[in-house]
Write a protein that binds this ligand. Structure first.
Ligand SMILES: [Zn+2]
Length: 155
């Protein structure tokens, strides 16, 4: 932050000089009436906090539940649909349904979400990845992100 009048860097004061409000140094402020101190902006600190938060959120990984084939078959039967009708209902090929139900094909996240909504069940699980035993032991130093992770885990 620089003085509006002389350009010197340092502590600034919002000062009324000849009817105009200016942010000036203490030297220039003596030419007018000081209204208040000018506070240093703290934007930088806040932005760092946001970055860390985003990083932690990205650690979440989504996985299809291991018993998806059973769940899909059971819920399809409860709807009274055969594989062919069910395939039409969700705009997929019958062969896809067949593979999903015998476990040879894992649904994509998009398809799993679609089935979750249709059946009202859970097919996707979220895991928080933890690097507790990697990286931190090598360097012996903990980053802020590591500490946040450990805090989260302890909850
Ligand atoms: Zn000045």
């Amino acid at each position: 932050m620089r003085c509006d009048l002389c350009g010197n860097e340092g502590k600034l004061y919002k000062t009324k000089i000849e009817g105009t409000e200016l942010n000036v140094c203490s030297g220039c402020a003596s030419h007018g009436m000081v209204l208040e101190e000018v506070k240093e902006p703290v934007i930088e600190e806040r932005m760092t906090g946001v970055e860390i938060k985003e990083e932690v959120e990205e650690e979440a990984i989504e996985l299809i539940v291991s018993d998806f084939s059973e769940k899909i078959r059971k819920n399809r039967e409860e709807l009274g649909l055969n594989q062919e009708d069910f395939a039409k209902r969700i705009s997929e090929k019958e062969s896809v349904i067949h593979k999903l139900e015998n476990g040879s094909l894992e649904p994509s996240l998009d398809l799993a979400r679609k089935l979750e909504r249709l059946f009202g069940i859970k097919l996707v699980e979220e895991y928080k990845e933890s690097h507790e035993n990697t990286g931190t032991t090598e360097t012996g130093a903990m980053t802020i992100a590591d500490m946040i992770k450990i805090k989260k885990k302890a909850r």
